[in-house]
Design a protein around this ligand. Structure first.
Ligand code: BGC
Length: 748
């Protein structure tokens, strides 16, 4: 048992006892399940579609309509007859209790179950999604989703609002931490496994925000312009992989407009691409307040309005009765919702409240973080630290004595015991608070170097911090940048004069280690100065122990960057992020509630970088970067040899990876393809990878099978993916800019 766990135990058990008492209260545990009914739809040997049709036949018009909308936000709203049976999450759809169809109880769950604190319940904060992406580990992604599913169920929810996969088109996006990086194949593959993990727990899984919600500034009004090929090969490819491989029961459409129409009433996105091309059988729900019409949205493919009922309730019913919305359309929406409930198992395996296992949660969170930490620099063997040789360690940086920062907004998980920087008893978290998890880097370091004197300096005064660092054997600076939904970063530099702090400390002590707690890439004017740099992201409930294990070499770092770290914002496709003119974020003059719901006037943003997102931009424009996509060091070294590419039904790349150093480790071997010149693509794209565990001196032969779609382009004329015949180059190595193996293959 680790020290922090030991300290957490009394609080955890206190909560567990409270939860058990709550469970024992008569009626409470039953309150959430629909009465047991034995209709023919309860026959589990029928398909979800057959079962949904059997239910549909029994429904009145009002019951069908009731499935199409939420009843407000139970977290914020007073108890009403409609939401009384809910679990007080962010959304609730009343089911059809007389037929044994339970309500859909939704909770945000990007990196853990949101707002458990207000319910007096524990939930694990996993490392931010971007940290899981940095592990490139598909099994870790499954575990990530499964833990979320387990804890949702234990808390009485049956639907997750996780699964964010908008790609990092602009690293200043305040939700970068909630997403899975800039590459659609990496992000799509990982989100698919995450969704499978969540749904393995009989919880409805979700993928969001569909689509092109790649900036938060003006998200309720921005109109994104993008051509079809660029759309299909970038953000939409991430969703395509997530939807077709992960089979989420639900897709959340986003706030923004795309080529003129709001995403939640965008026929191209919803009906043409998602439901027709990708054959998505589940339901589309709007982001919160993202529904802007009834007939138009319904015809475009929106199935469910959240969180309220402005358009998909009385107005919808009147339109059906007037014949402006066909009954078949209503039936299709209701069918999709019901079939998804059957498919996810929320009817056959009703929710059963139980107590979250905090020990299991901390362990999963720690392991995922350990796999996602990226070692960006390590000179003169500065890391790992040798505890027995250290007499004094200076720990420097805001709150590194008590906690680690987390990402905000609707993703925010409440720390058990409250925000580490608030006085005891004042720990409740509020929207866009900076929430520090009570996982103390200083204590984690002290626990691993019990004989050393560990000092703390907040870093507010760079000169004082430098003085503290000067006499120490090693200085560890924890630097952070908070980010959140509802805002974008002003730029990519560290806030609060932390650049100056790091420069001053590194000048005072050559053995300075910088640990970054950020969701987005940061610029590093001081990059040459410290001996080592670790990117620890938003590290989750047990982040300090994960960082401690990497610093002291118990864990050999193996993460690689899922986002390019540019040298400067000036090198981005849009050096200046387009923010809304003030007028378009407000209504001018008085407006009716309906006008308000219909949405704000647009402002225009062109994604004219086209296919060149992330490293594809920097490659094509030949712009040097600070740290490239796919980059990450280890305490050992790896060698690559013997690439053979075969082109049968599928192209496969076979090669050998050797651990040429003295420690066991795991290497992410990356496979890229350069397409024939007439495909008119950026220089290369990721087409596969394998995370290979190797003991010191060990070699393994690895085969990576390449999905033909990942070698194809989207042909707008044909309306589909097509392989351009010609000469392809397959490149293999340890980062997008270190690809020692190359082989040509001709494809027809
Ligand atoms: C966010 C969604 C979230 C929803 C419910 C919206 O503001 O964009 O990601 O699921 O709120 O909290």
């Amino acid at each position: 048992m680790t020290n922090s766990l030991r300290r957490a135990v009394p609080r955890v058990w206190a909560l567990a006892i409270i939860s058990i008492l709550l469970l024992a209260l008569p009626g409470l545990s039953q309150r959430h399940s629909a009465p047991k009914v034995d209709g023919p739809w309860m026959n589990a040997s029928l398909s979800p579609d057959q079962r949904a049709d059997l239910v549909l036949k029994e429904l009145t018009l009002d019951e069908k309509i009731a499935l199409l909308h939420g009843v407000g936000m139970p977290t914020d709203d007073p108890v009403t007859p409609d939401n009384a049976a809910s679990n007080r999450g962010v959304g609730y759809v009343v089911g059809v209790p007389r037929l044994g169809i339970p309500g859909i109880d939704m909770s945000d769950a990007a990196y853990g179950v949101r707002s458990s604190g207000v319910n007096g319940r524990y939930s694990t904060a996993l490392p931010a999604n971007v940290a899981a992406a940095a592990s490139w580990d598909t099994e870790a992604a499954f575990e990530y989703g499964a833990l979320i599913g387990r804890e949702l169920r234990a808390q009485g929810f049956n639907m997750s609002l996780g699964g964010g996969v908008d790609i990092t088109r602009d690293p200043r996006n305040g939700r970068t931490f909630e997403y899975l990086g800039e590459d659609p194949v990496l992000a799509g593959t990982l989100v698919a496994r995450l969704i499978e993990g969540t749904q393995s727990q009989h919880v409805i899984g979700d993928i969001k925000h569909y689509a092109f919600n790649d900036q938060e500034s003006g998200r309720n009004s921005v109109n994104i312009h993008i051509g079809e090929r660029a759309a299909r090969e970038t953000d939409l490819l991430a969703f395509e992989i997530g939807v077709t491989k992960g089979h989420p029961a639900a897709v959340m459409c986003s706030y923004n407009r795309v080529n003129g129409d709001f995403a939640c009433e965008n026929k191209f996105l919803l009906n043409d691409v998602l439901k027709k091309d990708w054959k998505f059988p589940g339901f589309v729900l709007s982001d919160w307040g993202g529904t802007h019409s009834d007939a138009k949205a319904s015809a475009a493919g929106l199935d469910n309005e959240e969180p309220g009922n402005v358009f998909f309730d009385a107005r919808f019913k009147a339109a059906v009765q007037a014949g402006t919305i066909p009954m078949a359309e209503l039936d299709d929406h209701a069918h999709r919702i019901l079939r998804s409930m059957f498919a996810a198992g929320v009817i056959d395996y009703p929710r059963q409240r139980s107590v979250v296992d905090p020990f299991a949660g901390l362990e999963v969170a720690r392991k995922i973080e350990e796999g996602g930490i990226v070692l960006l620099k390590n000179e003169r063997g500065a890391l790992p630290l040798a505890a027995e040789k250290l007499h004094t360690i200076a720990v420097i940086g805001a709150h590194s004595d008590v906690g680690m920062i987390s990402g905000g907004g609707s993703a925010q998980v409440d720390p058990i015991g409250g925000n580490a920087i608030m006085p005891p008893g004042k720990g409740a978290t509020h929207w866009q608070d900076h929430v520090w998890f009570p996982t103390s880097p200083m204590k984690a370091i002290q626990a691993r170097a019990p004989h050393a004197t560990v000092t703390y300096n907040s870093g507010e005064d760079a000169a004082a911090a430098a003085l503290a660092a000067k006499g120490a054997d090693v200085a560890v600076v924890f630097a952070y940048e908070w980010e959140s939904e509802g805002m974008d970063l002003k730029d990519l530099s560290l806030p609060e004069k932390q650049d100056e702090l790091i420069a001053a400390v590194a000048a005072a002590n050559p053995h300075t280690i910088v640990v970054l707690e950020t969701g987005s890439p940061v610029t590093m004017p001081w990059v040459g100065a410290p001996a080592a740099i670790l990117e620890a992201w938003f590290a989750g409930s047990d982040g300090a122990n994960a960082v401690g294990n990497v610093l002291f070499g118990k864990v050999n770092p193996s993460g690689k960057l899922p986002n390019t770290f540019p040298k400067s914002e000036a090198d981005l496709p849009h050096p200046v992020l387009t923010r809304p003119p003030l007028a378009s974020e407000q209504f001018s003059g008085p407006v009716s509630p309906l006008e308000r719901a219909q949405g704000l006037p647009p402002f225009e943003v062109a994604y004219d970088e086209g296919l060149k997102v992330g490293y594809k931009w920097f490659d094509a424009e030949k712009k040097p970067v600070l740290f490239p996509f796919g980059f990450g060091l280890s305490y050992t070294s790896y060698g690559y040899s013997g690439l053979k590419v075969s082109a049968g039904d599928k192209v496969t790349a076979t090669f050998t990876v050797a651990n040429t150093g003295a420690r066991a480790g795991a290497e992410i071997a990356e496979v890229y393809a350069a397409l024939p010149a007439n495909a008119q693509e950026p220089p290369k794209r990721l087409v596969g990878w394998s995370k290979v565990k190797l003991n010191a001196g060990e070699k393994k032969t690895v085969t990576v099978e390449i999905d033909p779609k990942y070698l194809s382009i989207f042909d707008e004329q044909k309306g589909g993916w097509t392989l351009v015949p010609g000469a392809y180059t397959i490149l293999v190595g340890g980062s997008s800019q270190s690809l020692p193996l190359k082989a040509a293959v001709s494809l027809k």
